[in-house]
Design a protein around this ligand. Structure first.
Ligand code: PNS
Length: 161
């Protein structure tokens, strides 16, 4: 059986922590689809198209990873893709409560889909897209947390106001 996993998220923007989880998942499954949620209610800084492009550029060295945008329910998207596994990253205990709730809700909506959690390397556990955006916005250096393309995209967004 082809083992396919979906790694969903907002990726606004993708960080080195996300990338670490993607590499780990790519080592465990035949194929990983990074699914970028349209997520308008979160009012993302980058459009879905921009977020997809930034993930694509970040994962171009990983053979068995592809990138897609999705809107609507995640379990519906998983069904469409015939995927049975959703991967989520867990950085700290503070992530757990929401992730646990989401995993159990998704299981209730679609019992055939399992959520698994992967821990990024400890040096990435404090990175979040939200903090990266805040640091970049305030003129701080984010080069240790994101790829060069993401850095450039953040600079352009900030310059555009
Ligand atoms: O990177 P994020 O913002 O933590 O990712 C959250 C995401 C996109 C995985 C979550 O909001 C999601 O699954 N959205 C799709 C809509 C959906 O299925 N909602 C019900 C979740 S139980």
């Amino acid at each position: 059986m082809q083992k396919l996993a979906i790694y969903p998220g907002s990726f606004d923007p993708i960080t080195n922590g996300h990338l670490d989880v993607i590499s780990r998942a790519a080592g465990m499954f035949d194929h990983v689809v990074v699914a970028v949620a349209h997520n308008v209610e979160k009012m993302p800084l980058f459009t879905t198209k921009q977020r997809v492009a930034l993930v694509e550029s970040a994962v171009k060295g990983i053979r068995n990873v592809s990138v897609d945008g999705f809107s609507g329910l995640l379990v519906e998207y998983a069904r469409q893709k015939k995927a049975r596994v959703i991967v989520r990253g867990l950085r700290a205990v503070s992530d757990f409560e929401f992730e646990f709730q989401m995993a159990l809700m998704n299981r209730r909506l679609e019992p055939r889909v399992e959520t698994i959690f992967l821990m990024p390397k400890d040096e990435y556990t404090f990175i979040s897209s939200r903090l990266v955006k805040e640091i970049a916005w305030l003129g701080g250096d984010v080069s240790n947390f994101v790829t060069a393309d993401v850095q450039r995209a953040l600079k352009e967004k900030i310059a555009a106001g």
